[in-house]
Write a protein that binds this ligand. Structure first.
Ligand SMILES: C[S@@+](CC[C@H](N)C(=O)[O-])C[C@H]1O[C@@H](n2cnc3c(N)ncnc32)[C@H](O)[C@@H]1O
Length: 257
């Protein structure tokens, strides 16, 4: 957002993140641009209500930088990463249920499906059953890590741990459903000729964007700005290794839509 503020002179921006820590960080960064930028702590799937509240009718552009932030992953007390020990929270917004709360209210079948669909976890059945069995005893990220390592052959630890944590995080935050709603609402709010851009980091997110873009193109509502999905260059990945799985898709709303 800072780069966009720097590149424009008059454009007004609305920045939305449902994590109060992200909003606080952004607030301290925008400094001199504060009069052109309104920061809102909310779920971006509530875009309609947010725009009404801000008395905004149409948007000239929308950029979604999806998923989890480096700050969230690297903050042990947030419980997002198997690398650091912290309470098993993973909720991006304080009023969302935490992972511990979600686990207390789930079924083995749901857990297996979460691991399969959101993480493509190879031994999802065995792991889902083990997590379900131990769910009341799991309190910290390292409790969960120890359980995953117990159930998984050592040679698969490196691949399995991030996918299990990713799957559970997507579940806790209802991430895919939020993207689907937000895309539809944002597209409606976009003015004719306005541009919509998505940066996604997970195949599930990208699939939703790809499918809805394809449908809008088919209906004549959207023109893709690039034939193919845009991936980060080797130089960008060297500067920011977290960008390695990023996929960018961009489109322009057609004038007659
Ligand atoms: C990849 S990070 C964005 C990083 C940011 N562009 C920057 O440069 O610092 C993704 C952010 O999206 C936020 N987020 C994820 N799902 C959200 C949702 N449904 N509503 C609002 N914010 C969400 C997360 O809290 C996280 O801060």
């Amino acid at each position: 957002m800072l780069a966009m503020l720097q590149e424009t002179k008059k454009a007004q921006f609305i920045g939305i993140d449902w994590d109060p820590e992200a909003i606080a960080q952004a607030r301290s960064r925008i400094g001199a641009y504060r009069n052109r930028c309104c920061l809102i702590q909310d779920n971006f799937s509530n875009l309609n209500a947010i725009l009404k509240q801000q008395d905004v009718d149409k948007l000239a552009g929308v950029l979604f930088d999806l998923g989890v932030s480096h700050h969230q992953l690297a903050t042990a007390r947030r419980g997002f990463s198997y690398k650091y020990d912290g309470d098993l929270l993973m909720n991006m917004a304080p009023d969302n249920a935490t992972l511990v709360e979600k686990l207390s209210n789930t079924t083995e079948r749901e857990l297996v499906s979460v691991l399969k669909n959101y993480g493509d976890v190879r031994n999802c059945k065995k792991l889902g059953a083990a997590i379900f069995e131990a769910r009341r005893a799991l309190r910290t990220t390292h409790d969960l890590r120890a359980l995953v390592e117990d159930v998984t052959p050592r040679r698969f630890w490196k691949k399995t741990l991030p996918t299990v944590f990713q799957a559970l995080r997507i579940w806790v935050n209802n991430e895919l459903e939020n993207v689907r709603t937000a895309l539809t609402v944002a597209f409606q709010a976009l003015e004719c000729g306005g541009r919509i851009v998505f940066i996604s980091y997970h195949s599930g997110e990208d699939r939703i964007v790809k499918t809805l873009f394809r449908e809008y193109v088919r209906q004549g509502f959207l023109t893709r700005l690039h034939k193919k999905v845009i991936r980060p260059t080797a130089q960008e990945i060297a500067q920011n290794p977290h960008a390695r799985s990023a996929k960018l898709r961009a489109g322009e709303k057609c004038v007659h839509s």
